[in-house]
Design a protein around this ligand. Structure first.
Ligand code: NAP
Length: 251
């Protein structure tokens, strides 16, 4: 039976992905600062295996200790496939450069980029002592390939995760590895992240009205639909190493 480690499974895309994989019989390990009670209940009803680790991904020391313990357990048990879904993310700070808060900037870099790098590195190390196949999905954004005013930190961390994905993929290909890594760009979804965007200010983010319209005109996809597309890629037998999968091409 497979394992899926999902960061940011307390809400939004992470929660929808966890629910779907749980219903398909995958062992779920959720990692975030708060726990999703619905997911916990679903696991009880489905007799599914579910475990939650409370972890602030903004702290690299916490990330290292939590994921070391978890990797030892998972790779000690799992012989087939381990899915690592680096999904947790934050859009803040939304502000133009020159007005960015240093602490917020550090947290964003740690959650969106440093934590996925540390966790992927650790899992790629630990999987070597196991028979399991590792599939890493890094949740990215269209913001990783185009500049958006007020989003310099978010755009940079998402561009960084794309390049990390492509570089690790190159290394895996060069050693004919069975492991896979890909990025997934989910498009605009109706989650708390979009509420944060809509509650920013026009002076910090000049395109705020467009994002308010996305919500008003029902243009935000629900997280369940997007999770379905992500799960389809995760489970496919021909994942293209290093590819940035785009939601529009998958639906
Ligand atoms: N929503 C969109 O329109 C959109 C568009 C493009 C890309 N994305 C990407 O899709 C992914 C999921 O976004 P979403 O919209 O589902 O966001 P969301 O609803 O705001 O959920 C974010 C998740 O990340 C976790 N998280 C945030 N900071 C954390 C921290 N310091 N430590 C541990 N966990 C943390 C949160 O858990 P806790 O608060 O419980 O810790 C939560 O589970 C993100 O990578 C995002 O960048 C979203």
């Amino acid at each position: 039976m497979a394992y899926a480690i999902i960061t940011g499974a307390s809400k939004g895309l992470g929660a929808a992905t966890a629910k779907q994989l749980l219903s398909e019989g995958v062992n779920i390990i959720s990692v975030s600062r708060s726990e999703n009670e619905e997911l916990k209940k679903q696991a009880e009803v489905d007799n599914g295996k579910y475990q939650h680790y409370t972890c602030n991904l903004g702290s690299s020391s916490e990330v290292q200790s939590v994921f070391k313990e978890m990797a030892d357990t998972v790779f000690g048990k799992e012989k087939e496939v381990v899915y690592l879904i680096n999904n947790a993310g934050m859009v803040d700070p939304i502000e133009t450069a020159g007005r960015l808060d240093a602490e917020g900037t550090e947290a964003n870099v740690n959650v969106n980029l440093l934590a996925p790098m540390i966790i992927s590195n650790l899992f790629l190390e630990k999987v070597e002592n196991s028979d399991a196949r590792l599939v890493i999905a890094n949740v990215s954004s269209g913001a990783g390939s185009r500049p958006i005013q007020g989003w310099s930190v978010y755009c940079s961390t998402k561009a960084g995760i794309n390049m990390f994905t492509q570089t690790v993929a190159l290394e895996l290909e060069n050693r004919s590895s069975k492991h896979r890594v890909f990025a997934f760009s989910p498009g605009i979804m109706d989650t708390d992240m979009q509420s944060t965007i809509r509650s920013s200010s026009k002076s910090a983010f000049n395109d705020i009205e467009t994002f308010k319209k996305y919500k008003e005109e029902g243009m935000l996809r629900d997280a369940e639909t997007v999770a379905g597309a992500l799960v389809k890629v995760l489970k496919s037998n021909d994942i293209e190493n290093g590819k940035i999968y785009q939601i529009n091409a998958l639906l």
